[in-house]
Design a protein around this ligand. Structure first.
Ligand SMILES: Nc1ncnc2c1ncn2[C@@H]1O[C@H](COP(=O)(O)OP(=O)(O)OP(=O)(O)O)[C@@H](O)[C@H]1O
Length: 296
């Protein structure tokens, strides 16, 4: 594996074209986002808590409910969305044309920054400004059309990528993912501070890996304790959106490229993601209504 400074296909085509015009890009971003009703920004304070799994299953769960959904993965360094959905290959990039999302099914289209890179195995050494410009370009250059929901998966933490997404999509509703362990809860507190500082809209908190359902006896074991996410949400006055158990089937589903929420079997994590999707859809609708009432 070689390490290199690399630009994505989309960036390089614009550079050849004479550099991006910021005002024009702002217009393009605004016209893309205008056609999308709700933008869900899935984030976490800590890596490995299941943020991408939540983003993928939430997108697939909303699509299953009949909504038109887009899923955008802006994790440049560790994109897992294409793997979790079994999507391979790069997006077609033609100079001067908008990018078309890959279709996962009739209701769900997907784009990942990984599919813009020339070589999946190359480590990328992008610094802050490059990431910011690549993400803005990525948001402006995808032709989503009319969508009910755009689900955005970003890298963990409070770095350049989350900040760029929040600045570019000010009406994004943040869904914060945590696990019940103390170390994750401490990081999520920092993530909530970051969101408040960025004046972001917080839709609520999800507790992932919340108890383990034994595949043999179906008894629930509190492997990493349970309920810390709900308690934290209450103490921080943030809505609690739901909990998803630790379910080995979820890992198998991910490796098969099928979100667990779409599996045929009746699984604890499938049921949890279905509940979460319905709760999120309702919370998003309520939040938009609240904003329009405040604006009257
Ligand atoms: N509810 C769950 N039950 C069992 N395994 C899970 C669950 N949620 C996530 N996982 C597994 O945990 C691992 C990490 O999940 P995932 O990649 O979604 O986390 P992440 O927070 O997005 O990670 P990163 O910080 O790298 O972006 C994966 O192997 C995934 O299959």
């Amino acid at each position: 594996m070689s390490e290199t400074e690399q630009s994505c296909g989309s960036c390089s085509s614009k550079q050849q074209g004479g550099g991006a015009n910021q005002a024009l890009q702002d217009q393009l971003i605004a016209s893309t986002l205008d056609k999308i009703k709700y933008k869900l920004f899935v984030m976490s304070g800590k890596g490995g808590v299941g943020k991408s799994s939540v983003a993928v299953n939430l997108a697939a769960g909303l699509a299953q409910l009949g909504y038109k959904v887009g899923l955008m993965d802006v994790d440049i360094h560790g994109p897992s969305v294409p793997h979790l959905l079994g999507l391979k290959g790069q997006l077609d990039i033609e100079r001067g044309r908008l990018l078309q999302p890959k279709r996962f099914n009739d209701n769900l289209g997907v784009v990942s920054m990984q599919s813009l890179l020339q070589d999946d195995n190359q480590a990328i050494l992008w610094r802050g400004p490059m990431k910011t410009s690549a993400i803005r370009q990525f948001i402006s250059d995808v032709q989503w059309g009319e969508l009910d929901f755009l689900v955005i998966d970003s890298p963990p933490g409070t770095g350049d990528e989350p900040m760029t997404v929040l600045r570019t999509i000010p009406d994004a509703l943040s869904v914060v993912v945590t696990t019940p362990q103390q170390v994750s809860l401490t990081d999520v507190r920092k993530a909530l501070n970051f969101l408040q500082h960025a004046k972001a809209n917080i839709l609520g908190l999800v507790e992932n890996m919340s108890g383990l359902v034994c595949p043999h006896c179906s008894q629930e074991i509190d492997l990493f304790a349970k309920g810390g996410g709900r308690e934290l949400a209450e103490s921080q006055h943030v809505p609690f959106l739901g909990e998803v158990p630790l379910d080995p089937a979820s890992v198998v589903a991910g490796d098969l490229g099928t979100p667990v929420v779409l599996m045929d079997e009746d699984l604890p994590s499938k049921r949890a993601f279905q509940r979460l999707s319905a709760t999120v859809a309702e919370a998003a609708q309520n939040s938009l209504e609240a904003v329009s009432v405040q604006g009257q």
